[in-house]
Design a protein. Structure first.
Length: 234
């Protein structure tokens, strides 16, 4: 995996209002964490950070961070810990980075991609179910895969691929429940029945509310008629 270089400046400004001013100037406030060391507050050019995140590695990108004004370290190897985005504009709001060692393993999640067209789909009219979209792996930073491709060509109707069937690249350990289903080929009817079937213990309250509402409407409609009969008797 290649490194992405990124420049940043030390950040003395802290607090919501000051961070808003930074964002207005096109800067993203951030923090670097390192176990056993004090955190380092940064401000990073938003466009440069966005560019660093738009590689094949996605948020698993390894960043060579150059920090202007840092007397301890001017260069740090970091990975993304957490990214905060504006829910409306999707703009970067804050970024947390973890400083790492290239000789120590770490755990990350990588996407799972199917490769090929299953026999059960092509010849038997089934549907490929993509159950697990990403999986956690443990490896050295330089061995982090961009994705894990799984050949589904030989899957027939009713066949499944589970976690323990995944053969990762050398130096990569797949984590998680080994019996969890990753892919399966199912009958279309089976899928429709699964979607249509009510969940066990599902509340029928909406139906009851509708029945109650209909009853109230009937009573409201009957009320004027009762009033008219009373008037006739008088």
């Amino acid at each position: 995996m290649d490194f992405v270089e990124l420049k940043a400046d030390l950040r003395e400004e802290k607090g919501k209002e000051l961070n808003k001013k930074l964002r207005f100037k096109g800067l993203v406030p951030g923090i670097v964490y390192r176990k056993g060391e004090e955190t380092v507050s940064l401000k990073i050019d938003a466009k440069s950070l966005a560019k660093a995140l738009h590689t094949d590695a996605g948020e698993n990108v390894i960043i060579k961070l150059f920090v202007e004004g840092d007397k301890k370290k001017k260069e740090r190897i970091v990975v993304i810990k957490e990214i905060q985005r504006d829910p409306v504009k999707d703009a970067l709001v804050h970024v947390d980075l973890n400083e790492i060692s290239l000789t120590e393993t770490l755990k990350v999640k990588v996407p799972i991609i199917p490769k090929g067209e299953p026999i059960g789909v092509k010849q038997e009219g089934g549907v490929l179910q993509h159950v697990m979209w990403e999986i956690e792996v443990e490896c050295l930073p330089t061995n982090i895969p961009d994705k894990i491709e799984i050949d589904v060509t030989n899957l027939k109707m009713g066949d499944t691929i589970i976690v323990k069937n995944i053969a990762p690249a050398e130096g990569v350990k797949v984590l998680g429940d080994p019996e969890s289903i990753v892919f399966s080929v199912e009958h279309v009817k089976t899928i429709e029945e699964t979607v249509a079937a009510p969940v066990e213990g599902e509340s029928t309250e909406p139906e009851l509310i509708r029945e109650k509402k209909e009853k109230e409407e009937e009573e409201t409609e009957e009320a004027p008629a009762k009033e008219e009969k009373k008037e006739e008797k008088k």
